[in-house]
Design a protein around this ligand. Structure first.
Ligand code: ADP
Ligand code: ZN
Length: 759
């Protein structure tokens, strides 16, 4: 498309246009991935390069864009180009290495390059529109002598105090600390001057951290650290490292010491975590260890304001931040001299972005490390089978830490067969939410002033509302899922789209008043505790209860300081938290993740159980885990019970191999969505026919079928799963077909490479 803008842009009237000079190829913001060449006027040449943000003429409008290439030579004679209008930044917003990474992401995930660049640059950076935050500073310009000081102390004690404080702070400090009247008086008397200073917003404002000292490493940790530092020293040759360490084996300590070494060598460190709000402790541990340089740590997360994000981003781009900690999108942080990337909990699904560009941050991190080159460590107690398989076949180097660092021993895991509990309850009865065995164990903890975590992977009160007479289940009007009863708000809520309505008093189908609550969620469990353990101090942690920004932090803090005995929660409490006094973890219904229509269901269950179990007995006390399940015989449960990741992965990989599922193949999911059911189905069938025609050898094309979540947000969904030994075999065949298809107006096609969710 390059150079074709002559047809789009009538050149008449473009006066004052330079006739020669360098030419920039610009990717214009907006849909269509439009790329045009523009002349670079002399005033804009200095420092302009790939990644610069510029304003371009486009027909009669002005459109921002990103420079992809600058050609030094003047355009060929006869080629008439328009000139760039202006520039947004002094130096390229996007460094060259990230532009290269953007191209890879765009190609691999079949996403428009523009979408990828958009994901890389925060909105405020793209247009350089932001509010600089300033604060008033006072500076001591005349230091009072002893006598003067004595007088001041007598006549104006608060002024004297302020002067003393300023002196101790090196003569300069924020005005707010002294009160407006005091500052005014000091200015009038000529002791101080006031000025405005640009400040960075600190998203963790107010928190203070006490520097922690490195711990003496045990043997497993030392070996892992050595391997990492070897890779840091020879990034070009080193393989990505997969650090498989059981929960509590001290992976974080290894990360911290590796980071220190990299910083000492003058390089920077990128730390990816699944979700900042779910892993506050990891962030805090980094902030504490590097407490003397918190100004050089940047934190990127999704709850930041535009201004905060802008500040953190600039801090990184200007090379001030040497450690960046962030979730998924931080993989694109513009760090210079990158020495090491750490991907914590690398198996987590949240590394996959579920909107365009649908990239997997862990995999992008591996590619970024190879391109830079720098060292990369993927760490987990339950590695993704993709990563595990890569280690097995020598693509990654495996580092193992099989022992807990605090020598506490792994917790004892007991499995309660809920089928027996059900039989015990009789044909009409329902088994208790908390089995007798679990109740006794909890009671024991209360007596000993130890703490318990109860885990249930569902929010709300009742999983569904069902009519006893006709069996009717109340479903969402916009999605094909049962609605969940929320007791506190007295509403039925759809957990897919959020739609709410009042619970019916009688069955909407047959008008029978006998409507029944089936299943349970966090809310009901929490409610049950008030009758089972009326004296216990309890709290609930899920997205409903944690709507406010700091509630999660506060609740966890209260739990940590022993003000709560029993914590009930969803996976929000499953991750990376560390509470020494928790000696019991109850998993109330392990089957919830097990019976989902997804080939990764067993892997997810195993990993979730292991992570949750890892919350028990992290201090000097031995932990116990009680797992309630209706499927005690399934491998995910059996192996989790014995902390046997290797055994589980062997069995699971065997299954994946037989059925040609990832990691033995790469997959892509093609979905057609439409408010019109027929239309969605028909369009997908047409695509299916085209894909099957001339399909390359090795490409396995699944049959078109309704998605497991057949209707969502009023959209009907049909899908095909594609598999092949290499991703490119799928994308090179399918992408041209998608591009060459004119979709009916009401149909949207979604193409998801390496999908983590098949619903
Ligand atoms: P992981 O990240 O693998 O779950 P952590 O880094 O949280 O493990 O370590 C678990 C606990 O063990 C923490 O309390 C940590 O301070 C402690 N720990 C880690 N390394 C050591 C060590 N070498 N000696 C003593 N304690 C350690
Ligand atoms: Zn819904």
């Amino acid at each position: 498309m390059k150079g074709e803008e002559d047809e789009l842009l009538p050149m008449e009237g473009a006066e004052g246009r330079p006739e020669s000079g360098p030419v920039a190829t610009v990717l214009l913001d907006g849909p269509g991935d439009l790329q045009f060449d523009y002349l670079v006027p002399e005033g804009l040449v200095e420092g302009l390069g790939p990644g610069s943000r510029v304003l371009c003429p486009l027909q009669q409008r002005r459109q921002p864009g990103t420079v992809l290439v600058v050609h030094e030579e003047a355009p060929e004679a006869g080629r008439r180009l328009k000139a760039l209008i202006s520039r947004y930044d002094e130096r390229p917003a996007l460094p060259g290495d990230l532009l290269r990474l953007a191209r890879w992401v765009s190609e691999y995930y079949c996403a428009p390059l523009e979408t990828v660049v958009r994901a890389m640059l925060p909105g405020s950076v793209r247009t350089d529109r932001h509010a600089v935050k300033t604060r008033r500073m006072v500076e001591l310009v005349r230091v009072p002598g002893e006598e003067e000081m004595a007088v001041m102390t007598r006549r104006a004690p608060r002024q004297a105090e302020a002067v003393k404080a300023l002196g101790e702070m090196g003569g300069r400090g924020p005005a707010v600390e002294h009160g407006a009247a005091v500052v005014k008086a000091l200015v009038a008397a000529g002791w101080v001057v006031v000025s405005e200073e640009e400040v960075e917003r600190d998203p963790h404002g107010g928190d203070t951290f006490v520097a922690t000292q490195p711990l003496e490493l045990n043997e497993g940790q030392r070996e892992s650290l050595e391997a990492i530092l070897e890779a840091v020293a020879n990034p070009g040759e080193a393989k990505p490292l997969l650090l498989h360490g059981v929960t509590g084996s001290g992976k974080t300590e290894v990360y911290l010491q590796a980071a220190q070494a990299v910083l000492d060598a003058g390089k920077s460190v990128l730390v990816l975590v699944p979700e900042i709000s779910l892993t506050p402790q990891t962030v805090d541990r980094f902030k504490s260890r590097f407490a003397t340089m918190t100004g050089r740590i940047a934190v990127l997360h999704s709850h930041m304001s535009q201004g905060e994000r802008f500040d953190e981003w600039q801090k990184i781009r200007r090379g001030r931040a040497r450690i960046v900690i962030g979730a998924r999108s931080a993989v694109f942080a513009p760090l210079t001299d990158l020495g090491l990337i750490l991907v914590d909990e690398e198996h987590e699904n949240s590394y996959k972005q579920e909107s365009p560009p649908r990239y997997q941050a862990r995999d992008v991190a591996v590619v970024r490390a190879a391109q830079t080159p720098c060292a990369i460590v993927l760490g987990s107690a339950t590695p993704a089978l993709e990563s595990w398989y890569n280690a097995q076949r020598g693509k990654y180097r495996l580092l193992t830490m099989g022992e807990r660092a605090d020598s506490a021993g792994l917790p004892l895991i007991r499995v309660i067969d809920m089928r027996l509990e059900k039989r015990r309850a009789g044909p009409k009865g329902t088994p208790p939410i908390i089995s007798e065995r679990l109740r006794l164990a909890m009671d024991q903890r209360l007596q000993r002033a130890e703490q318990t975590i109860l885990f249930i992977n569902r929010r709300g009160f009742a999983a569904s509302v069902q009519c006893l007479a006709c069996g009717h289940v109340v479903k969402c009007a916009h999605c094909s899922v049962p609605m969940t009863l929320h007791h506190e708000s007295q509403r039925l809520v759809c957990h897919v789209c959020g739609f709410q309505k009042l619970p019916p008093k009688k069955c909407p189908e047959c008008a029978d008043p006998g409507i029944l609550l089936a299943g349970y969620g966090t809310e009901r469990v929490h409610h049950t505790l008030t009758t089972v353990f009326p004296k216990a101090r309890t709290a609930r942690v899920d997205t409903d209860a944690m709507q406010q920004k700091h509630t999660l932090r506060d609740t966890l803090q209260q739990f940590k300081t022993g003000k709560i005995d029993i914590l009930v929660g969803t996976q929000m409490i499953a991750k990376g938290l560390h509470f020494p006094n928790v000696t019991l973890v109850g998993v109330l219904n392990a089957d919830l993740t097990l019976h989902t229509p997804d080939f990764r269901a067993a892997e997810r269950t195993f990993s979730l159980l292991t992570q949750v179990a890892g919350r028990a007995g992290r201090g000097s006390l031995r932990g116990e885990v009680i797992v309630q399940t209706y499927s005690p015989h399934l491998p995910a449960i059996l192996h989790a019970r014995h902390h046997d990741f290797t055994g589980f992965s062997e069995q699971e990989l065997e299954m994946r191999k037989v059925f040609s599922y990832p990691p033995y193949t790469h997959a892509a999911l093609l979905t057609c969505k439409s408010p019109n059911q027929r239309m969605a189905e028909f369009t997908l069938e047409t695509l299916h026919r085209r894909i099957v025609e001339n399909a390359p050898e090795g490409l396995v094309v699944g049959d078109p079928a309704p998605s497991p979540l057949e209707k969502s947000h009023d959209q009907y969904r049909f899908q095909i799963l594609l598999r092949a030994p290499r991703t490119s075999l799928i994308t090179r065949h399918v992408q041209p077909i998608l591009k060459g298809t004119t979709f009916p107006q009401e149909v949207v096609a979604v193409f998801d490479v390496d999908p983590v969710s098949l619903s």
